[in-house]
Ligand binder design. Structure first.
Ligand code: IMP
Ligand code: MG
Length: 169
């Protein structure tokens, strides 16, 4: 669906926008949502020419199934403090919107100075709660995708491109 080359070009453009948006900050914390964002955040932070820290949050959403659970549990909290700091949350896909909504409420309670979000992919046609990332890499149709960190039942995260899963039979 999206080649490694297209992803790289988009990540570079997004990083430029982020650098402008956070210019002058010495307090940026980039928070990756495990596990799907690990490839995206690795590429993204290397293109952001600002002083920053990286932290990770893990929440449960899908298990091995494809149905979004409306309940989101925090499995691994941040290691660092974000009170008074500028925070950029990095997500792989915004689908129904439940995960991002819960994560933002959870992080907002820690009183960051600023809380922005970036999602590599967005499936707007699947949305059940009204939410949008500040920055989006690509809007995609309602297809189940894998690669570039994103899995199906924990497989295919290592694909360098985004591919759609074809379900047979
Ligand atoms: P939401 O809570 O429905 O917005 O779900 C977001 C999460 O569901 C993402 O962070 C992914 O982990 C997962 N997800 C949604 N769509 C896909 C997909 O097409 N492939 C793999 N995981 C997906
Ligand atoms: Mg995820």
């Amino acid at each position: 669906m999206i080649s490694a080359k297209e992803i790289a070009a988009r990540v570079e453009a997004l990083a430029r926008e982020i650098r402008v948006a956070f210019a002058g900050t010495d307090k940026l914390v980039v928070v990756g949502l495990l596990r799907g964002s690990f490839v995206f955040i690795a590429d993204l932070v290397r293109e952001i020419d600002l002083p920053l820290e990286v932290d990770f949050l893990e929440v449960s959403s899908y298990g091995n199934a494809m149905e979004s659970s409306r309940e989101v549990r925090v499995l691994k909290d941040l290691r660092g403090e974000i009170a008074g700091r500028d925070v950029l949350v990095v997500e792989d896909i915004v689908d129904t919107g439940f995960t991002l909504t819960h994560v933002l409420a959870f992080l907002d309670a820690k009183k960051p100075a600023r809380l922005e979000t970036i999602a590599l992919l967005d499936k707007p046609s699947r949305r059940e709660v009204e939410i949008r990332a500040t920055w989006t890499g690509f809007e995609i149709p309602d297809e189940f995708v894998v690669g570039y960190g994103i899995d199906y039942a924990q497989r295919n995260r290592n694909l360098p491109f985004i591919g759609k899963v074809r379900f047979t039979g």
